[in-house]
Every structure is written in structure tokens, then in C-alpha cells.
Design a protein around this ligand. Structure first.
Ligand code: ATP
Ligand code: MG
Length: 401
């Protein structure tokens, strides 16, 4: 079956066939084959391409970028490995994907500035300033540090090289200084984004007597590299524990950014991104999901969505129903919070008590009693929260039409 040209291939347009051909040759790692196909594409531009000249220019540029003499050599045999083994020390992602990254406006602004600096690097160099070369990303687990590195690499159209310092330090302590140096040298040999993940793995133990010799050497290797890192590559270090870093280390970075747990607008934007292209997504349900996930990490939110997606396929339901059901179960403890949730589900999502009961996993009299209590609270002056939900959903409907 592998490699067979199926009937559906013949139904494709010229442009679609060209893409499939490129993928077929690309996945086998035939660089020469890809180049050959690309040259053929330039000679006979497939039907469906609107601007032939721009297409030829773009393909030509893509071929030229691959044969750049300063480009890293990614073929096996040149990637640094652990000692005499074939185990590569660094993970290489030639087509990094950071699509869908959502961060606060301020942090996003900083990242866009990093990209602008690279675009106008010559101008900056002439003025004696140069672009940001090194960047420290701090923040709790699951807020998107690794994803930010992918997003930057993708935006800069550079490969992403990742080195997990915690595993290098723990598994090969005796040789980790040498290993890290060889990865840094390799990364410097051509334009790329280098991610030093779990950066605190080395920094935090600098004053620890037990491994003092080797770890001190590693820290020193990295400090020296930070100072003379070339501006053709971008070095990103990521840590969950910035407080463990020596201030001397932190100060060596050109920029330091702190990523936080996603605020309401960010969780909403992540849910909007995830729900793009899904049928039967209820906007009001997304608003409610946003409220129910306060304090959740972006990573947990994404995982919740994926789980709901899988369940919706298995159960023949909508993703938003599955998502709310999952989230509502977390608010399982009886109390004003759960009562308010029942009320919102009835008023905003127009659900019956039985539907709410089935979704949350309680009996319908429990739902009825909860709604009654919540209505009482509302009458007594607690109306603010509910009107917020109603207004927001109305506003959204207004902006969408
Ligand atoms: N800011 C974000 N915007 C959109 N999706 C996100 C964001 N942060 C995390 N995610 C989702 O969660 C996944 C895991 O996030 P990521 O690995 O980038 O977090 P991290 O901060 O590096 O966590 P850790 O400290 O555990 O390494 C991402 O691949 C993505 O699907
Ligand atoms: Mg990470």
C-alpha cells in the first residue's frame, strides 16, 4: 500500500498534485528529490496558481534558503550525540508550529517587537544596537513557554532546536558540560532558534555543594555563551522557577518575559481558536466555559477541549456540551457557586433542569432547588454577575451579526 498512487490522486488539480508529490518526497527525506520537484514546478507552473511570477520567485527563494552555505546541516551524522552513542543531544524541529498562541497583550507586544528587531536588524546594527539575541521566558507550567519558542521560530522561519537541560544534567552529569557546549556550538553554526528548556535545572544548583564542580562549569559555559551569542540565532531559555536563578544569570539575557496564567480574555481567545471550524459551537457555552475555567492553565484548557472533542465523537454530542459537562463536574460541591452555574445554564443556555442534571451528574430536583436558591440570592441584590453574563452574550451576538 505504501507509496501506491490511489485513484483519488488522479482527481486532484495540478496544484494539489504538486503539493502531494512534495509531501511524498519530503517525508522520505529526499532533499534532492524535493529540489528537483520544486525546479519542475518553476518550469511548468501548475494550474490554479494565480500570480505565476510571484509563485516562481517564492519557490526560487525557498530552494535558495535550503542551499545557504551557512545553513545548519541537519542530516544525521552531523547532529551532536551523547558520547559514542547515536543518541542525539538536541531535538530538531524543521517546521515548528506555534499556531494559536494566545498571551497577554503586553507579552505579545514584546514578542512582536523581537520579530520587528530581526526584520530591521541591519538598521539596528548600523546604529550599534543589534536585535535581541537572548530571551528568558519565565512562568508556571502550562502557560506556553515552549509554545512561544515554537511561535517565534515559526514567525522567523527558522528551525527550532530544543535542549532539555534537566535531562542532560541528570543523565550525563559527568559529561554534560561538554555536551551542552557541543549543542551550543552546533546551534551557532547556522541561523536557528535554540530553546534551552528547564533552564533552572543547572542554574539552581550552582551553590549546591554536591555537584559543585561540574555544575559550576556548566553555568560558566552558558554565561560565556550568553554574552557572545551571535545575533543570527535567537537563544531562548525557559524556566518555571525564575526565583532559583542567580540574578547574575538573569541579567545576562537581553530580555526577560514573564508569562502568567491566562486571564478571562485570553481563555476566551484560546477557546475561540480551538472551536474554529467546529459545528454546533454555542457562543454562550464558550462564555460560561471561560468563567468556569478561571485559574486554569492554557495547557489544561487545551487538554479539556481535546477530551471534550473525543467524547463528542464517541457520544454523538457537541463539543461545547461535553466541555461544559466536564467543567460542571468540577463544580460538584454544593454551594452558591454551583447554584449560580445551574441558573446560568438555564437562563443563558436555555437548558431544562433535566438536561442540566444529566450534564452535571446530579438529580433534577437538586438542580431545581439550586436554581431557586440562586434566584433568591439574585433578588436580594446579587444580580450583577448574572447581568454580566447576559450582557456579554448579547453583545457578542450583536458583534457577530
Ligand atoms: N499561551 C497559550 N496559548 C495557546 N495554547 C497554549 C498556551 N500555552 C499552552 N498552550 C497549549 O498547551 C500546550 C503545552 O504548553 P507548553 O508546553 O508551551 O507550556 P509550558 O509553559 O512550556 O509548560 P512547562 O513549564 O510544563 O514546560 C501547548 O502545546 C498548547 O497546546
Ligand atoms: Mg515547556
Amino acid at each position: 500500500m505504501a507509496g501506491a498512487v490511489t485513484d483519488s490522486f488522479h482527481d486532484l488539480s495540478g496544484l494539489e498534485r504538486a503539493v502531494v508529490d512534495l509531501v511524498r518526497v519530503g517525508v522520505r527525506g529526499h532533499g534532492a528529490g524535493v529540489r528537483q520537484l520544486a525546479s519542475r514546478l518553476m518550469r511548468s507552473v501548475p494550474t490554479g496558481v494565480q500570480d505565476v511570477e510571484s509563485f516562481r520567485d517564492a519557490v526560487h527563494e525557498a530552494i535558495a534558503a535550503g542551499s545557504d552555505s551557512t545553513a545548519l546541516r541537519y542530516v544525521s551524522g552531523t547532529v551532536p550525540t551523547e558520547g559514542d552513542t547515536a543518541h542525539p543531544l538536541v531535538d530538531i524541529d524543521l517546521v515548528p508550529d506555534g499556531e494559536g498562541l494566545v498571551l497577554s497583550t503586553q507579552v505579545m507586544g514584546d514578542l512582536v517587537e523581537v520579530l520587528q528587531e530581526r526584520r530591521r536588524a541591519d538598521e539596528l546594527r548600523r546604529a550599534g544596537a543589534g536585535p535581541t539575541r537572548t530571551l528568558l521566558l519565565s512562568g508556571p507550567p502550562g502557560v506556553g513557554k515552549t509554545m512561544t519558542a515554537r511561535w517565534l521560530a515559526q514567525s522567523l522561519q527558522l528551525p527550532l532546536l530544543s535542549l532539555d537541560l534537566s535531562s542532560v544534567v541528570s543523565s550525563y552529569l559527568g559529561t554534560s558540560g561538554r555536551n551542552i557546549k557541543s549543542v551550543l556550538d552546533y546551534a551557532k553554526s547556522g541561523p536557528c532558534v535554540l530553546l534551552l528548556d528547564e533552564f533552572d535545572a543547572i542554574a539552581k544548583r550552582r551553590d549546591d555543594d554536591s555537584d559543585i564542580g561540574e555544575l559550576k562549569r556548566i553555568v560558566n559555559v552558558i554565561l560565556v555563551e550568553l554574552d557572545r551569542w551571535p545575533d543570527t540565532s535567537l537563544l531562548i531559555a525557559a524556566t518555571n522557577h525564575p526565583q532559583l536563578l542567580d540574578t547574575a544569570v538573569e541579567r545576562r539575557f537581553d530580555r526577560s518575559l514573564t508569562l502568567s496564567l491566562p486571564a478571562d480574555e485570553e481563555r476566551r481567545a484560546i477557546l475561540d481558536n480551538l472551536s474554529t471550524g467546529f459545528e454546533g459551537v454555542d457562543t454562550d457555552a464558550l462564555i460560561l466555559a471561560t468563567q468556569l475555567t478561571s485559574g486554569t492553565t492554557s495547557s489544561d484548557l487545551t487538554r479539556c477541549w481535546s477530551l471534550a472533542h473525543r467524547r463528542s465523537i464517541l457520544n454523538g454530542s457537541t463539543v461545547t456540551d461535553e466541555l461544559l459537562s466536564q467543567l460542571a463536574r468540577h463544580v460538584s460541591r454544593a454551594g452558591p457557586h454551583r447554584d449560580k452555574l445551574f441558573l446560568t445554564m438555564r437562563d443563558t443556555l436555555r437548558m431544562s433542569n433535566r438536561q442540566i442534571a444529566a450534564l452535571v451528574g446530579v438529580s433534577h430536583p437538586t438542580v431545581a432547588a439550586g436554581i431557586k436558591r440562586a434566584e433568591g440570592v439574585q433578588r436580594d441584590g446579587g444580580a450583577r454577575q448574572r447581568s454580566y453574563v447576559a450582557t456579554t452574550s448579547r453583545q457578542r451576538r450583536g458583534t457577530e451579526t
